[in-house]
Design a protein around this ligand. Structure first.
Ligand SMILES: [Zn+2]
Length: 281
């Protein structure tokens, strides 16, 4: 291999970044196209900013990337989780149950990224509880990264409860439960088949968010739906997680629990009573 020169502009690192995000930032910073960069790396394919695809990636690609960035291979593997699967074998297709995990990703908190010297859009792997930046109290799950302290304080309360659940539950299982709970609350909102009290609450929150300059005024965007239903999704997540064996029954009864909690976040926190049976599975 001819010796490679390190690209002139080094890249500030973010943890858990997507491979495509990293390569695009690297190309941008050095004023080359991502195609040119991909060509250097060998696979000769396009890496979209929000992709984490290792197709065609070889051991050589990681070594070349390390040479180009002046980093150690081990450092790159820390920063870019996809590279854990490289290089000896093509990554195994993820089992069905985990296929959604690959899509748990969102833009880095702009304030956090700026504090690390990252000025361009970077995308990170995230778990559902990380879609609100705890440090800055901002939503980063899509759309505007807005401070929630005054706008939607109940989402911040819910995020603290969500993070507390992690002390007692397995991260992956809790994340999957949250994903299922979120599908359910989103459907309650969009299909109008949820409890009317909740729809009223969510409509009021949507109004607080104000006009979506890029959205349809009659159809809130998925990230807005996720945000306004988030407090109830966390409650539902806790109910699902509290006992997987009778999850279906609890889902039915949880509708009543959710409505019964009214507007008080502290009341809702009672649903997270640690006296519940421990998580199984
Ligand atoms: Zn932040």
């Amino acid at each position: 291999m001819t010796s490679l020169r390190t690209l002139p502009v080094p890249l500030a690192r973010l943890p858990a970044e997507l491979l495509g995000s990293y390569l695009n930032r690297l190309a941008d910073a050095n004023h080359i196209t991502v195609r040119e960069l991909s060509h250097l790396l060998g696979p000769g394919r396009f890496h979209a900013r929000d992709s984490d695809d290792l197709t065609g990636w070889t051991l050589g690609s990681t070594v070349i990337l390390a040479a180009l960035t002046g980093r150690q291979v081990i450092e790159l593997r820390y920063a870019i989780p996809a590279l854990h699967d490289a290089p000896d074998e093509p990554p195994n297709p993820p089992p069905d149950a985990d296929s959604t995990i690959d899509f748990w990703r969102c833009p880095a908190c702009l304030l956090y990224a700026a504090s690390r010297g990252v000025r361009r859009l970077a995308i990170q792997h995230t778990h559902p509880h990380e879609r609100i930046c705890a440090t800055h109290g901002r939503w980063r799950g899509g759309g505007d990264q807005r401070p929630l302290r005054h706008l939607l304080p109940e989402a911040l309360h819910a995020n603290r409860r969500h993070r507390r659940l992690l002390r007692r539950h397995d991260l992956l299982q809790l994340s999957r439960d949250h994903h299922h709970a979120q599908e359910l609350t989103a459907r309650w909102l969009t299909d109008h088949d949820g409890p009317p009290e909740l729809r009223q609450l969510w409509t009021e929150r949507l109004q607080r968010l104000g006009e979506d300059p890029y959205g349809d005024p009659h159809r809130p965007s998925p990230d807005r739906i996720e945000l306004v239903t988030y407090p109830e999704t966390v409650t539902l997540t806790s109910l699902i997680g509290s006992n997987h064996n009778d999850a279906a029954e609890r889902l039915t009864s949880s509708r009543a629990s959710l409505i019964g909690t009214g507007q008080s976040h502290e009341d809702r926190a009672d649903l997270l009573n640690p006296a519940r049976p421990p998580l199984t599975g």
